[in-house]
Design a protein around this ligand. Structure first.
Ligand SMILES: Cc1cc2nc3c(=O)[nH]c(=O)nc-3n(C[C@H](O)[C@H](O)[C@H](O)COP(=O)(O)OP(=O)(O)OC[C@H]3O[C@@H](n4cnc5c(N)ncnc54)[C@H](O)[C@@H]3O)c2cc1C
Length: 614
């Protein structure tokens, strides 16, 4: 046993264990308390729930609100919208379930103090677009976190969960999780009768556009490290649509959002010659995807496709025409506030690059791919659907339960449900929380038991990188390169390079093929072998090491899924060059994977897409 495995072990009992206190985790914690008055509800978070997750910096709009009280939209409309945007493939049962409840979540946010802008003429929430409402959202996350803090029996901040624990006697039942405190280094064993994974999406899987001095600047939060996928994958939960990575069109270098610009400021894009370019690529796109190009609104990936083709034709950069809208002082204010309330970095980038959008039309670019489940994309775990709405094939237990008993998920964690955003993720957390309470209530005395050998072994594994570093450090007198360990940053850069070059990142123009994917898998396996020798200098680097482990496992999943789907379903997100067209005959289906930890094998299968709504 190594020196670091002598660290203190702290045991925590819970009925409901929520992993990750972002939007979904706060929703899950809040709702678990509502239905489970006397239950022990524990939320464990890598950072501090006050300012954690993708909403940490604040938001300027809530992107998923039906407005049913004013008959603005119905849940069915939202399902049609998400289905259209994802080129036909969404879990309609799950999406409908969120849409029918999301308004009530937003009303709670307002009750808890979130300022929502109002239309002075109608008194209704001010719309940015058909689904978006505008907020003064700098404090969105602290407001939501307060509700979770009050609901939880206890919130454990600064603990990174590294592994889930399984029941000693029932092999497919979850029993808790282990992790370590990133400040004190204490080892934590959480026992939970039900576990809800809400650990956000994944950035830094693919090489970002910003490297070197700009490293860390990404669109999705840099601390979204794929735990949401790796934790369930490790214990054999099925995943779906992991190939459906998202590429965002954003303002160059700061990843500033474009939604408010398009929808509220009514700005538009043009090529370097000042011309509209989307129509140029209409026939080309129709060749690839057929009638999907005629849908309204045009699916997000296809709009990316037009930009990519125009730039490849040498008529880049694509620029956002801001100089007209910014002549109106009100719109100018809105344009700047949009960044100050949610992506301050973009305002700083413009200031540092002498870009005043009143006089200069700023450049747009397409981002590196991200893996997540709540935006215009739907990667994540394969979950059981709502009892009153899901087709039989989508129901094997409690709502939002994965294919592992007692293991639930919400937000970016759950696959098949695009366009839930912040409000929908919170709502899905509530749905999962309610179902998890029912699961615990139904369980009676048949409670899971953690295995001492399992968590003791994991304790050694978790701290091994500290030991690798301490021992290996003696072999070098200076610098960061050692013959006997790999630092987490080196491992991360190697991962990003593999994914970028072989699995369809920016430098490959988002293109890949069978050979490249297979080679990518080989290189990922070699990286995984080397990660056993990761060296962590301190607790922060230990966290980075485990984030890297989670990212690598999720990347393997993405690569297997991309290989399995032999078509190009979402041009503009990625291209299978050897199967360049959308193929509804063979691939109008979900892709599912299951990882077998003992053998290291990945099992792939198709699952049907049921269109429940006309
Ligand atoms: C730049 C940007 C702009 C956006 N704009 C909008 C918008 O305008 N409107 C809108 O409605 N939505 C917007 N979104 C989307 C919204 O933020 C997400 O949909 C939502 O936050 C997803 O919720 P989640 O709970 O799944 O993930 P998160 O909110 O990211 O929460 C995940 C949590 O898990 C924690 N965690 C991760 N790993 C571990 C681990 N191993 N152990 C313990 N804890 C862990 C993280 O620290 C984090 O707190 C935007 C997102 C980004 C990044």
């Amino acid at each position: 046993m190594g020196v670091f495995s002598k660290r203190k072990t702290i045991f925590v009992d819970s009925d409901i264990l929520v992993i990750g206190g972002g939007m979904a985790g706060c929703g899950a914690t809040y709702e678990s308390r509502y239905w489970g008055r006397d239950l022990n509800v524990v939320c464990v978070e890598k950072a501090n729930i006050e300012r954690s997750g993708a909403v940490a910096q604040g938001l300027y709009a809530i992107n998923c609100y039906m407005g049913m009280q004013w008959d603005e939209n119905q849940p069915e409309d939202h399902v049609r919208y998400a289905r259209n945007d994802l080129m036909g493939l969404v879990r309609e049962d799950l999406g409908y379930d969120i849409a029918r409840h999301v308004d009530s979540s937003v009303h709670k946010f307002e009750e808890w103090g979130l300022p929502i802008m109002k239309d002075p003429k109608t008194g209704r929430y001010l719309r940015e677009g058909k689904w978006q409402i505008m907020i003064h959202g700098e404090s969105y996350k602290p407001i939501v976190a307060e509700a979770a803090r009050k609901a939880a029996t206890k919130v454990y901040n600064r603990i990174m969960i590294t592994h889930l624990l399984m029941d000693k006697s029932k092999p497919n039942r979850v029993a808790g999780a282990v992790g370590f405190n990133v400040r004190t280094g204490d080892f934590y064993v959480f026992r939970g009768k039900a576990v809800i994974v809400c650990a956000g999406g994944a950035s830094h899987i693919f090489k970002p556009r910003s490297t070197g001095e700009g490293m860390g600047r990404t669109w999705y939060a840099p601390w979204s490290s794929a735990s949401a996928y790796a934790l369930p994958i490790q214990v054999g939960a099925k995943m779906t649509q992991m190939e459906n990575r998202i590429v965002l069109t954003r303002f160059k270098d700061g990843y500033g959002p474009v939604g408010a610009y398009f929808l509220h400021l009514k700005t538009y894009t043009q090529n370097v010659h000042g011309n509209e370019y989307e129509s140029t690529w209409y026939e080309n796109t129709k060749e690839l995807v057929g009638d999907y190009i005629d849908r309204h609104p045009v699916p997000t990936c296809l709009r990316n496709h037009a930009i990519l083709e125009e730039v490849k034709a040498g008529r880049g950069p694509i620029r956002m025409v801001t100089t007209e809208a910014f002549q109106d002082p009100h719109l100018e204010t809105v344009g700047w506030e949009n960044f100050l309330g949610m992506t301050i970095g973009q305002a700083v980038v413009w200031a540092s690059q002498n870009i005043d959008p009143k006089h200069t039309n700023p450049e747009l670019t397409t981002s590196e791919p991200y893996v997540m489940g709540s935006h215009a994309t739907c990667s994540g775990a394969w979950a059981s659907g709502p009892e009153d709405y899901a087709p039989d094939e989508y129901q094997w237990g409690y709502n939002r339960m994965m294919t592992v008993d007692g293991l639930f998920g919400a937000g970016d964690t759950i696959g098949g449900t695009a366009h839930k955003f912040s409000s929908g993720s919170f709502t899905e957390g509530r749905i999962a929380g309610k179902a998890a309470v029912k699961y615990v209530m139904d369980m009676g005395n048949d409670v899971p038991e953690v295995d001492e050998t399992e968590y003791e072994n994991l304790k050694t594994v978790v701290y091994q990188p500290l030991e690798n570093y301490t021992v290996g450090r003696n072999e070098i007198t200076g610098g960061t390169v050692s013959p006997s360990y790999i630092l987490p940053l080196h491992g991360l850069q190697r991962l990003e390079k593999i994914m970028d070059e072989y699995v369809g990142g920016i430098s490959a123009h988002y293109k890949t093929n069978t050979w490249m994917l297979n080679r990518g898998l080989e290189l990922l396996s070699m990286l995984k072998e080397d990660l056993v020798h990761a060296g962590a200098e301190d607790l922060h680097q230990l966290m980075r090491t485990w984030e890297l482990n989670h990212r690598v496992l999720a990347s393997q999943s993405v690569t297997h899924h991309t290989l399995f789907r032999e078509e190009t379903r979402w041009p503009g997100y990625y291209y299978r060059a050897d199967h360049p067209k959308l193929d509804d005959t063979d691939w109008h289906c979900f892709t599912l994977s299951k990882f077998h930890a003992e053998s290291g094998e990945w099992e792939m299968e198709k699952a049907p897409v049921y269109h429940i709504i006309d």
